[in-house]
Ligand binder design. Structure first.
Ligand code: SMG
Ligand code: MG
Length: 374
């Protein structure tokens, strides 16, 4: 395949309710989609990708405007120069550009989708997925009060979600967790995510979470603190799970060997793409470490691709792959539907969903077209 053009569409999609984490409160989903056109033996084929970078550099150092800039100046030009571009070699061609895994992943997604269309293949079949549905977990933002937390989680349990993840931060941790267990008992999968809001000196406080039978605690300490997570893991009974710290297969190998993570949250965008994400899945499986699929409030496009990755055998815990209606009144693709605590793994060619042109037009705030030799 030969890359002919790349268009980046920035979109802003209203959220059904604000989503609050330890680092920000979002009311819209702001991201960009990649539309890449290729010349192929079957004629012109378009592939789509989605960047999981957020509007501000608070979850990681990446952010929407930086992703658009690095793609325009550096990443797309490198791919324009390749005569025979394949999904498997995108990471190699981009290897000299330091960092920007989310921007690289978005571009790689578009190449993957075009290649799948060229080969008439679903993403699930390409990856070697083994199940038709994946269990669907929901991520619950920090609420204004303990009562509100209990109510919101009760509603998601009534909807049938397979497990609950609650965002926590200092001052909004033990009390909401205790109240949720008191209200709904011990008989459902429950985990927490701190998004790096604590330091190792909080160890004694975090240990108080041990009495609530949580599946895991996700990323209590900073992105760079792999060794400190290993120290904290020794002090807590709750299984440790890294998210932000796992930026590559190498980082995953270090974290496993140091005892910093006994479960891994896999997010393709955070590690530079789906090909690297699959490597982490394989590496974790070889070490007997369970993985689950993280979420970045993706549109239906990213959600569909994530469900395909999560159909690999090592994904033994429910992921953050909720129904589209968890976040959006209206998705930009076909709705991803949660039913009986699961979502279907798409079986159509490519990612199995398509961007609705009318909705793209409505949600789009800006487009940047990138051509060879600009
Ligand atoms: O897509 O369901 C989702 C969101 C899951 O909580 C979620 N993601 O740290 O795991 C995480 C966060 C990162 C994004 S916060 C806006
Ligand atoms: Mg997380």
């Amino acid at each position: 395949m030969k890359l002919k053009s790349v268009t980046l569409h920035q979109v802003s999609i209203p959220l059904v309710t604000p989503f609050e984490t330890s680092f920000m409160r979002e009311t819209e989903k702001d991201c960009y989609l990649v539309e890449a056109v290729f010349d192929t033996p079957k004629g012109e084929i378009t592939g789509w990708g989605e960047s999981v970078a957020m509007i501000s550099p608070l979850y990681s150092s990446e952010y929407v405007a930086a992703g658009i800039d690095v793609t325009r100046r550096w990443l797309a030009p490198l791919l324009f120069d390749v005569e025979d571009l394949t999904a498997e070699t995108v990471g190699w061609h981009l290897r000299h550009v330091i960092g920007h895994p989310m921007a690289k992943s978005a571009l790689e997604m578009a190449v993957i989708e075009a290649q799948l269309k060229l080969n008439d293949q679903s993403f699930k079949d390409y990856l070697g997925g083994v199940v038709d549905t994946v269990p669907s977990g929901v991520s619950v933002g920090i609420q204004d009060s303990v009562e509100e937390t209990v109510k919101v989680i009760g509603d998601y349990l009534d909807e049938g979600y397979a497990r609950i993840k609650l965002k926590i931060k200092p001052g909004k941790d033990i009390a909401p967790v205790a109240a949720v267990r008191k209200a709904f008992g011990d008989d459902f999968g429950f985990q927490v995510d701190a998004n790096a809001a604590y330091t190792l000196v909080d160890a004694a406080h975090l240990r108080r979470l041990d009495e609530y039978g949580l599946l895991l605690i996700e990323q209590p300490l900073g992105e760079a603190d792999i060794r400190q997570h290993a120290e904290l893991a020794k002090l807590m009974d709750t299984p440790m799970c890294l998210d932000e710290s796992i930026v590559s297969a190498e980082a995953a190998a270090d974290a496993i060997m140091l005892g910093a993570t006994s479960v891994i949250n896999i997010k393709p965008g955070r590690v530079g793409g789906f090909i690297e994400a699959k490597k982490i899945h394989d590496l974790a499986a070889a070490h007997g470490v369970a993985v689950w699929h993280g979420g970045m409030v993706e549109t239906g496009l990213g959600r569909a691709a994530n469900a395909a990755l999560a159909s690999l055998p090592g994904f033994t815990l429910p992921g953050d792959i909720s129904g589209s209606n968890r976040f959006f009144h209206e998705d930009i693709t076909e709705e991803i539907v949660m039913y009986d605590g699961k979502v279907d793994v798409p079986t159509g060619v490519g990612f199995g969903v398509s961007i609705d042109p009318a909705k793209l037009e409505r949600f789009r705030t800006e487009s940047v077209e990138i051509l060879p030799g600009q």
